[in-house]
Design a protein around this ligand. Structure first.
Ligand code: SF4
Length: 445
């Protein structure tokens, strides 16, 4: 069997639909000032919260990071022009440069009316937003959200909920007053319900990769989370739902074809921990294919979505909207979060605080993180792990060394640790990277 047969290219049709949706979002951002919308630059804030303010368009920073090939120029420009906090990570530096360097932007990002960050996840973003708020002379709202390390899930302590809830109450009041953008609770609830339905389908898409050979590369699945983190789900619900249904069917068809044609199974199934190396994606895909290996899942998914363990498919193929509506309440994801969804009775600020506590990411306790990774390794039949100890990113590298010890000593799973800056390729050594990846794959396949 050739290398080509092991390579999993992105699903073409679904990608085209996704690109269309994201272009629509860019266009909306560019037209925002003409349409007299309030522009809010956000980082790691709940997009549902921001879209609930009427006539507001959130500009999501993850999406506005410069294309990889422009990174070095952006970084040099920023470093040469401003004195920035020394410990700023590449991502944040790139975002500052990208927003302030119009000649390299993919499009003209409108000036913000206000900026907003959440401390729930990464500590770097508030730093860059402070800088940008000063630059534009605009307000920077900052949510202090110290998720309890030992209990980061929906069961966060009541003190924590109360603390965050008070901040939400204040934020809603200030934003409504200052920008004349009333908060629409109905719209907000619609986004939450829609997001959960879409997450159920997304989980089902990933579930297909539990079968060997995998139907989709774990590097490609990540892109399909974009609609959930950037788009107005209440308004775009039908289109995003169509996209997810399409994606599910496209991937499921690959699985059926693999079964029918007795496609050779992967020799090695990998889990990638922390940031990918976007400027080496093609090299990775080709090299993995050469060794009959696949990246099945990436930890960014684990940080973003709740993980459920079942293997049986929830839906019948082909998936239809009717099935989603009828069966989504039977999913483990829904069942596990019923308490959270019992929102009708909760005041808006408390509901927001409870949903916020749900975002755990690498801040969760080491035990929880290890348990989750162990379950994934079992459920997806993972043979080896590649861990990118991106020291530039303190968020994802949090507790990675302990996780590495656990993988090697407790689970005895082959683990390769690389140290690559996921954006700044100025110090990157392609030869060293290739040699280490190839040697590792050679060893384990
Ligand atoms: S997640 Fe990592 S790379 Fe991204 S902004 Fe935070 S520290 Fe920087």
């Amino acid at each position: 069997m050739s290398e080509k047969e092991y390579r999993k290219d992105p699903p073409v049709a679904s990608n085209a639909i996704l690109n269309g949706l994201i272009s629509g979002y860019y266009k909306e951002i560019m037209d925002a000032k003409n349409e007299k919308k309030t522009v809010c630059w956000e980082y790691q804030f709940q997009i549902a919260f921001l879209y609930a303010f009427e006539n507001t368009i959130p500009v999501n920073f993850q999406l506005l990071t410069p294309p990889v090939e422009n990174y070095a120029r952006v970084a040099e420009y920023v470093e040469g022009k401003w004195e920035l906090p020394k410990d700023l990570c590449s991502e944040v530096k790139a975002q500052i440069g990208h927003t302030l360097m119009p000649s390299l932007s993919k499009f003209k990002i409108p000036e913000p009316d206000y900026l907003i960050t959440n401390h729930a996840a990464c500590i770097q973003s508030p730093k860059s937003f402070d800088f940008l708020a000063d630059y534009w002379n605009k307000e920077h709202y900052f949510m202090d959200n110290p998720i309890p390390q030992e209990n980061p899930s929906a069961s966060a302590t009541e003190d924590h909920i109360e603390y965050v809830s008070m901040q939400f109450e204040q934020l809603i009041y200030e934003i409504e007053q200052k920008y004349h953008t009333p908060f629409n609770r109905k719209h907000f609830l619609k986004i939450i319900e829609g997001t959960l339905q879409l997450l159920v389908i997304y989980n089902e898409v990933l579930k297909i990769n539990k079968y060997n050979p995998a139907s989709i590369d774990g590097m490609d699945t990540l892109r399909f989370l974009l609609p959930l983190t950037t788009l107005n789900i209440a308004r775009e619900y039908t289109k995003i739902m169509q996209l997810y249904i399409f994606l599910y069917n496209e991937i499921f068809e690959r699985y059926l074809n693999n079964e029918k044609n007795g496609k050779k199974k992967e020799k090695c199934r990998l889990y990638w921990d922390a940031h990918l190396v976007p400027y080496k994606v093609n090299f990775l895909k080709n090299t993995l294919a050469k060794y009959g290996a696949s990246i099945i899942l990436n930890s960014a998914y684990v940080a973003t979505c709740p993980y459920t363990r079942e293997k049986e498919f929830l839906f019948d193929y082909p998936l239809t909207l009717e099935q989603v509506k009828n069966k989504f309440r039977q999913s483990t994801l829904f069942q596990n979060n019923q308490e959270l969804l019992n929102y009708e009775s909760l005041p808006t600020s408390e509901l927001l605080a409870r949903i916020n506590a749900f975002t755990s990411g690498p801040k969760e306790s080491l035990e929880k993180r290890c348990e989750k990774v162990k379950n994934i390794i079992e459920d997806f039949s993972i043979d080896a792990v590649i861990m990118n100890l991106d020291q530039n990113c303190r968020f994802f590298s949090l507790r990675q060394r302990q996780l590495q010890d656990y993988l090697v000593n407790e689970l005895a799973i082959p683990t390769l640790v690389i140290q690559v800056d996921s954006l700044d390729n100025r110090q990157f050594s392609p030869a060293q990277f290739s040699t280490r990846i190839e040697a590792f794959l050679e060893n384990i396949t």
